[in-house]
Design a protein around this ligand. Structure first.
Ligand SMILES: *[C@@H]1O[C@H](CO)[C@@H](O)[C@H](O)[C@H]1NC(C)=O
Ligand SMILES: *[C@@H]1O[C@H](CO)[C@@H](O)[C@H](O)[C@H]1NC(C)=O
Ligand SMILES: *[C@@H]1O[C@H](CO)[C@@H](O)[C@H](O)[C@H]1NC(C)=O
Length: 421
């Protein structure tokens, strides 16, 4: 009787976890109001410790501080193993002088390069694997991650202990999850401006279901042939997500900017990428100047009053001169024009273009990007880095099977939000 009861429970547990797995893996997304970073929470290891990590579309793998991490289900990834090769491990940790092997310290462990993008710190550590869990009981066994020490967390939102990589690599979150759960390599991301957003891996249909799917537009995800990562092999392509923005329109008028800034040069400078690490969209100075000028002019035509700028922004306005809509302040529309028919553009409404500094002042929430390519040893400079303020309350679906990005523009314009997708 006892064993029958037990096997029934096991049977139920298997049913539950496979049913959940078919629905993909869904994680909550929150915003830290101080750093403006977006982070998610999952559980890891035999103690199912809660791990909060900052979401980074451009990062290659998951790393978190393991100083306080204990688990009896983890194992190190051995040097020169096939998993180490999959992870593109860099070197080998030969000797760790501790009597108690534990994550972050074991002999003969496949080496990783962890990057803290806020401080531009790099650190050589090791790769490990353990079971990743979600609150709704989806389990991903042998999930490859890397450890860091607590003093590597400078610049990260308080309460977070690492970075969650969603880049185009073999060990990014979506690649490992969809591989293990036998799902198509797709994920959707809806960053909240406040409250709860959502990161869904594998099954993105719940997000593209019903009325929201009618707002989704699509564009190709393109590859920058030159890596934009701080550590990469010679000849590696970029693992970040680029789209082919052709031009920018402000209030329907196309900015006159040389086309060359929108495409890649022979070293991978230029182009447009999507970043969850950059607070505000950064535009190359050659684009930023005519962009702000055109916006100020169009705003003035709408009787919106300019006021002194508040850094890091260059164009600010009197809040009382701007009327409100469901999609934020009523300001000139900004369109990122994409290849294809006349309908192919990403509309940026007031909720995503403007930043309220205080009750009196509202600024155009775009910043000036880097002037010129970094020295040849560093990574290339991207002309347009679409930042998280411009992504909030937009549903993005990254379909890596068909290399397409599906996007909605502001859900607020349709009376929806990331908390309800
Ligand atoms: C983002 O904004 C926050 C708050 O203003 C600031 O502390 C942080 O340094 C900014 N981060 C980046 C990467 O610019
Ligand atoms: C690692 O290797 C060194 C030297 O071979 C040895 O002294 C040490 O005990 C080993 N440590 C662990 C945790 O296995
Ligand atoms: C960029 O990629 C091209 C084509 O793969 C290559 O010829 C060039 O050397 C690369 N540039 C750098 C700086 O790596």
């Amino acid at each position: 009787m006892g064993s029958l009861h037990y096997s029934f429970l096991v049977f139920l547990a298997i049913l539950v976890s496979s049913a959940n797995a078919q629905n993909g893996l869904h994680l909550p997304v929150r915003k830290d109001p101080k750093t403006l970073q977006h982070y998610t929470t999952f559980q890891m290891g035999s103690n199912r410790a809660d791990i909060n990590t900052v979401i980074d579309l451009g990062a290659e793998h998951l790393w978190f501080a393991c100083d306080d991490y204990t688990s009896n289900s983890y194992s190190p990834i051995p040097c020169w193993s096939s998993k180490c090769e999959l992870a593109k491990g860099s070197g080998c940790i030969v000797e760790c002088h501790r009597s108690d092997p534990r994550p972050g310290c074991t002999n003969n462990t496949c080496g990783s390069s962890n990057f803290n993008p806020f401080e531009e710190f790099l650190s050589g550590e090791g790769y490990y694997e353990d079971t990743l869990y979600t609150k709704d009981n989806v389990q991903v066994p042998q999930f490859i991650f890397s450890c860091a020490s607590n003093d590597f967390l400078q610049g990260l939102a308080s309460g977070t202990v690492g970075m969650l990589g969603l880049a185009r690599t073999q060990i990014s979150l979506h690649k490992q999850v969809t591989g293990k759960l036998n799902l198509a390599d797709k994920f959707s991301l809806c960053l909240p401006s406040s409250g709860l957003g959502k990161l869904s891996i594998g099954d993105v249909s719940s997000s593209s279901k019903s009325d929201i799917s009618s707002f989704l537009k699509s564009t190709a995800l393109i590859i920058n042939p030159n890596s934009t990562s701080p550590v990469h092999g010679e000849g590696d392509a970029a693992v970040e997500y680029f789209i082919d923005v052709k031009s920018i329109r402000v209030n329907g008028e196309t900015l006159s900017v040389k086309d060359s800034y929108f495409s890649f040069d022979k070293n991978g400078n230029g182009g447009t990428k999507i970043s969850t690490i950059q607070n505000y969209t950064a535009l190359h100075p050659t684009i930023y100047k005519p962009f702000t000028r055109a916006f100020v002019k169009a705003a003035s035509d709408m009787k919106i009053k300019s006021v002194a700028a508040v850094a890091p922004f260059r164009a600010c306005f009197s809040s009382s001169s701007i009327s409100k809509t469901s999609a934020g302040p009523a300001v000139p529309a900004i369109d990122l024009v994409l290849p294809g028919n006349t309908d192919a553009y990403w509309r940026i409404n007031g909720a995503n273009s403007m930043v309220e500094i205080d009750q009196k002042t509202t600024c155009l929430g775009f910043v000036e990007g880097e002037q010129r390519p970094k020295p040849a040893t560093a990574w290339p400079t991207t002309s347009i880095v679409i930042g998280s303020h411009q992504l909030e309350e937009n549903l993005l679906v990254f379909d890596l099977v068909s290399s397409q990005l599906h996007f909605t523009s502001s859900l607020l314009a349709h009376g929806k939000s990331c908390s309800r997708v």
